[in-house]
Every structure is written in C-alpha cells, then in structure tokens.
Design a protein around this ligand. Structure first.
Ligand SMILES: Nc1ncnc2c1ncn2[C@@H]1O[C@H](COP(=O)(O)OP(=O)(O)OP(=O)(O)O)[C@@H](O)[C@H]1O
Ligand SMILES: [Mg+2]
Length: 246
C-alpha cells in the first residue's frame, strides 16, 4: 500500500531525509519512533505533499501510484490522510462545514442532515462534545481537543493510509483509550496506518504490526513491539548499543 524507497529530501537547502526506506502493507499498522528532530514529521509532510520540501532522490508509492507526481489534493483523494502534530487554528471555518465540504468531495449528493447524524455519532464514539462542531476549526481548542478534532476528521475521511503524527501527545489517559479504540475499528483490509509516537502507551492499545526507529533522517531499525518498550525503558541508547553490535 505505502512504499517508500531511498527517500532523500531537503528544506531550505538542508538535507533532512537521508535515504528512508519503509513499506506498510495493506491492512497493517506501523509505528514510527525516533528522537526529536530525526525527520518523522518531515516524512509525513512529504507523503502528504507539503510544498516546502524538495525531494532530491527516491520514490513514494501509494496503492502502486507514484505519489511524488501527484498534487496534495490528488494524494488525499487517493486515500492519504495526515493528522498533524500541530493542528492549525483556522479562523472563520466552522468545524461541521469543513467536515461536510471534505465529505462532499467523495459523495457529491451527500445530505447535510444525514451527514450531521453521522458526524454526531462519530463524536460520541470519540467522546468529543458535539458543541465543537459549531466552533471555528481548532480556534481556542485545548491541545487534546485539537488532537481529537484531527481524529474526528480522520474517522470521517475514511482514508486508505492514515498518518498520525503524535496524535497521542496531549491526550489524557481516558481520551487516549477512547481514541485508540476508535482507531482499532478502522483496522481492516484497505486501511493502513503509520503512527508516529514517543510513547509505548498508545502502542499497547494499537498493537502495531511493525515498529520502526528513525534516526538522523533514516530508518535504522524495524521490528516488533518490544522495540518500543525497550526505548521507553532505556531510551535510544538501547538502540544505539544494538546498532553498534551489528
Ligand atoms: N526550515 C528549516 N530549516 C532548517 N532545518 C529545518 C527546517 N525545517 C525543519 N528542519 C529540521 O529538520 C529536522 C527534522 O524535523 P522534524 O520536524 O521532521 O523532526 P521530528 O522527528 O518530527 O521531531 P519531533 O519528535 O520533535 O516532532 C529538525 O532538526 C528540524 O530542525
Ligand atoms: Mg515531529
């Protein structure tokens, strides 16, 4: 489903990604860990098509298609969805209208009344007060509320590839459980996810198929969930020690 091969990318002349190779197969959930500044958000922005970054080498394929040749909106229509690490406040844009416009790109004849019911049901599933639907997108939302609003968009967008960039950071213990449970309902053929996180806690609920560790613009280790627990206990030194042994 998602295939990244030897991806090199830079921003303002500085090379950030230095040969990322990563494959997420259909139906799989992968976790991506890595120290601050290792390039995780950069990778997710590049998959989504942020114009700030220049890809200098390598390829990204989504459902077999060359993503780098597609505009950001074409990538979204192909099923890519990015839940931002730092969701932006967008003044003057009502949450419900935003979600409705998003859904209408796929279902031209969608009824607002019918869609409102669907959105409210998803709010209940996420433990997200439906009053947020009548506010401006993320404006004045707390950190955790912004993250829940991202997950609400994700659930309604029904993507084939969801990238969650530290969606768990800022969520309280109960919200984390509710969100993880909701994300678990999406697990099925035709849905894959790349979950960027610093904590093993979310992974206890999500049970990723593969855990990757990124360091200095490269994926330096891939394996089972035990990697995340090892890092949580001993920090990235544990990984460095294993790398040195190779
Ligand atoms: N415009 C820029 N100019 C120079 N360096 C930049 C620029 N934008 C990003 N970087 C650098 O790219 C590196 C990767 O940043 P990125 O946000 O991808 O890290 P990350 O792995 O997501 O970190 P975190 O865990 O803190 O979210 C960082 O060192 C950052 O300072
Ligand atoms: Mg980041």
């Amino acid at each position: 489903m998602l295939e990244i091969k030897n991806l090199h990318a830079s921003v303002e002349g500085k090379e950030i990604l230095k040969g990322v190779t990563l494959t997420v197969k259909d139906g799989e959930v992968h976790a991506l860990l890595g120290p601050n500044g290792s390039g995780k958000s950069t990778l997710s922005y590049i998959i989504a098509g942020h114009p700030k970054y220049t890809v200098t080498k390598g390829e990204i394929r989504l459902n077999g298609k060359d993503v780098l040749k597609m505009k950001p909106e074409e990538r979204a229509l192909e099923g890519a969805f990015l839940a931002f690490q730092y969701p932006m406040e967008i003044q003057g844009v009502n949450v419900f209208n935003f979600l409705f416009q998003m859904a209408k790109t796929r279902q031209k004849k969608l009824s607002p009344v019918q869609f409102r019911k669907q959105v409210e049901a998803t709010c209940v599933e996420l433990g997200f007060d439906k009053q947020f639907l009548d506010r401006e997108l993320n404006v004045g939302f707390s950190g955790g509320e912004k993250k829940r609003a991202e997950v609400l968009q994700l659930m309604l967008a029904n993507p084939s590839l969801a990238i969650l960039d530290e969606t768990d950071s800022g969520l309280d213990a109960d919200a984390l459980k509710t969100v993880a449970k909701a994300l678990q309902t999406l697990r099925k053929p035709g849905f894959s996810a790349l979950v960027i996180t610093h904590y093993a806690r979310l992974l206890n609920y999500l049970e990723p198929d593969v855990v990757h560790v990124m360091k200095d613009g490269k994926v330096v280790m891939s394996g089972g969930a035990s990697i995340a627990h090892e890092i949580e206990k001993h920090g990235y030194k544990a990984i460095e020690a294993q790398e040195a042994k190779k």
